[in-house]
Write a protein that binds this ligand. Structure first.
Ligand code: PBG
Length: 326
């Protein structure tokens, strides 16, 4: 009888041993909660395709932010759904517009105890649902859009956002936002660049969440699913333009990209576990096909293991609660 001289199982014998030798751990501080606020709502509105996620009223958003502080979350990422939309998304620039007001309300509620992030993008504000304004041919006009993003960024920083998240995948958006912020005196407002953002089928439930008006797709600005090298170019450009954090999105179908970016980025890497990833696990769990808590924990752990320093996830609060228990 010969015995294996190497026995990796020795380090798996007990929960305590496994805890000691764990290579990756989860902590509430790395989790960011994406949250939706809808203008004119009297009661929070459940999002059918994202069980457990709602469009918030001002009151419930403030409560969610306060709870995020109690749980020790890293941040909250705010998305606004306006009552009226137009071709240019002008409501995005109104200091009293839904998103800018939400930023102000949340900042008043939590101060600096939570990193308040906000979406710099036009898709929630345009009546055609694209992330930018259109030219005469219906093509998203990069440079005119970037000018609007720069104004949005200043409005959001004025409202009190700590970190801005340009998610529209326009060329030069980070540089334009950085320079506008600096000129407005917001030199300490940081930018989390959605650097490698792919055109994904998994954004489906988000479109319901923000009542998206989009017909068609975003393939002229978001990346093709098969492209890996191109992600590095996008990240390098955003770094050169002054990104403070770079993001990969979606997360679960793009873990190789997360790993690639983590290997080369001198700044923290974020990954966004998006609406469709949330919906898939919730739906399978609701059918009794997977263990909900174990699947959620494993999915976020996998994103962290791939190299993401911080994870945007709709489970941020619930997961942080579990982490506090254990
Ligand atoms: C665009 C934006 C989207 C998401 C975040 N920001 C949608 C899109 O690009 O179509 C998707 C997030 C998710 O699916 O959870 N402002």
């Amino acid at each position: 009888m010969t015995f294996p001289s190497q026995r990796p199982r020795r380090l798996r014998t007990t929960p305590a041993m496994r805890r000691l030798t764990a290579e990756t751990r989860l902590a509430p501080a790395e989790l960011i909660l994406p949250a939706f606020i809808r203008e004119g709502l009297a009661e929070p509105n459940p999002i059918t395709s994202m069980p457990g996620v709602v469009q918030h009223t001002t009151d419930t958003l403030k409560r969610a932010a306060a709870e995020a502080v109690e749980l020790g979350l890293g941040g909250i990422m705010l998305f606004g759904i306006p009552e009226t939309r137009d071709a240019e998304g002008t409501a995005s620039l109104d200091p009293e517009g839904v998103l800018n007001k939400a930023i102000r309300d949340v900042r008043a509620e939590v101060g600096d105890d939570l990193v308040i992030m906000s979406d710099v993008c036009l898709d929630e504000f345009t009546d055609h649902g694209h992330c930018g304004v259109l030219d005469a041919d219906g093509y998203v006009d990069n440079d005119r859009t970037v000018e609007i993003y720069a104004q949005m960024a200043v409005a959001q920083a004025d409202a009190g956002a700590h970190m801005l998240g340009p998610s529209g995948m326009m060329d030069g958006q980070v540089a334009a936002i950085r320079s506008a912020l600096d000129q407005a005196g917001h030199t300490n407002t940081s930018v989390v660049a959605y650097a490698a953002k792919y055109a994904s089928a998994f954004y489906g439930p988000f479109r319901e969440a923000v009542d998206s008006q989009l017909k068609g797709d975003r393939r002229t600005y978001q990346m093709d699913a098969g492209n890996r090298t191109e992600a590095l170019r996008e990240v390098e450009l955003d770094l050169a333009e002054g990104a403070d954090v770079v993001m990969v999105k979606p997360a679960m179908s793009y873990l190789d990209i997360v790993a690639d970016v983590a290997a080369m980025s001198p700044v923290p890497v974020a990954a966004y576990q998006i609406s469709g990833e949330y919906a898939m696990i919730e739906a399978a769990a609701a059918n009794g096909w997977i263990d909900r808590r174990a699947a959620i924990t494993e999915s976020v752990l996998g994103i962290r293991r791939a190299g993401a320093h911080m994870v945007l996830t709709y489970w941020a609060a619930e997961l942080a609660g579990w982490l506090k228990e254990s």
